[in-house]
Design a binder for this molecule. Structure first.
Ligand code: SF4
Length: 315
């Protein structure tokens, strides 16, 4: 049975807590990927200014295991943290994929791109004693990629490395390349968002994106709209200390200005999520995180508080 694009969208968008990535991995999806005309497409995963949290997030998937994702969904050819190759062999892999799979490979970038100091703040290799910078590598590979996916807050929107005073001139992938890319924000990005987006690109082409390049199937609603503490907010019951009952908006919750499906998808295979654990949403999927969302424990200005009746963001 072939899963239609619409059915796949619904599958992604309706993920129930505790089910997690397995929902994206139903037999119909696996069969479609295995029967894909071109086989598993090569994927290059570059790492820039980041803490590698998005890599760890993806590697933490347990159902299916990361090996199933890597062997049955994609063919990961380059990833500095997990590949066996080093030195010239690793450099050659980039050249080989560029040459042999031009127009067919998927380029994933984790982390922001430093542009000051000739890109020397992020060196990913050496050739004859000369540094190979992330910036030059990205510029070289981008025109040959079938799709470019920025994974995590730093790659998607600049994130913490690009926060003021931004000493390295860090930029998002889209800003650096001067063109739109698929943005999967989050600190880190959820593995379902990464794998679900890749599967969509492979089976159906580009997913529908919002004005910030985020797949609508994962980022179509605000955290606040689906928050289990919403009715505290509507009743005006606000927690003034962590651990208390009530809405966390006065403790700095950025849920009203942050789009993602965290409330239903949850993290660590559906175990919990920030607000479920008693912490507030820090806004890591918002395009202006962190400078524009305000400091972590500072409440949003009143004019940005949502409408209590309609749940809609009114600022
Ligand atoms: S402000 Fe935060 S804690 Fe309060 S209802 Fe909205 S998302 Fe939930």
């Amino acid at each position: 049975m072939k899963l239609t694009r619409r059915e796949f969208f619904k599958l992604c968008a309706s993920s129930a807590a505790g089910v997690g990535i397995s929902q994206l991995y139903v037999p119909e999806v696996v069969a479609a990927l295995e029967n894909a005309a071109d086989g598993n497409p090569p994927v290059i995963w570059l790492q820039g200014q980041s803490d590698s949290g998005c890599s760890v997030s993806l590697l933490n998937t347990t159902h299916p295991s990361i090996s199933e994702v890597l062997l049955k969904v994609i063919s990961l050819r380059y990833h500095a943290t997990i590949m066996a190759a080093t030195g010239e062999t690793a450099n050659q892999t980039l050249e080989d994929v560029k040459k042999d799979a031009s127009g067919k490979f998927i380029l994933i970038v984790e982390g922001s791109i430093p542009t000051k100091g000739n890109g020397e703040y992020c060196v990913i290799g050496e050739n004859d004693g000369k540094h190979i910078t992330l910036a030059d590598t990205l510029k070289d590979l981008a025109p040959h990629a079938a799709a470019i996916v920025a994974v995590g807050a730093c790659a998607a929107f600049g994130g913490i490395p690009a926060a003021k005073p931004n000493p390295t001139g860090a930029m998002s992938v889209s800003e650096f390349l001067g063109k739109p890319v698929v943005n999967i924000p989050g600190c880190p990005a959820h593995p379902d968002w990464i794998v679900g987006t890749l599967v969509h690109v492979l089976l159906y082409g580009m997913p529908d994106l919002d004005t910030y390049g985020r797949p609508v199937m994962f980022f179509g609603q605000t955290i606040h709209e689906n928050c289990p503490r919403y009715y505290y907010f509507a009743d005006g019951q606000y927690a003034s200390n962590f651990g208390e009952e009530g809405c966390l908006i006065q403790l700095g919750c950025k849920g009203p200005v942050t789009n993602s499906d965290c409330p239903s998808r949850r993290w660590n295979n559906g175990v919990n999520w920030c607000i479920g654990n008693g912490g507030m949403c820090i806004g890591c999927c918002a395009p202006n995180f962190p400078d524009g969302t305000g400091s972590l424990y500072t409440a949003l200005p009143k004019e940005k508080w949502p409408n209590k009746e309609s749940k809609t963001f009114i600022a």
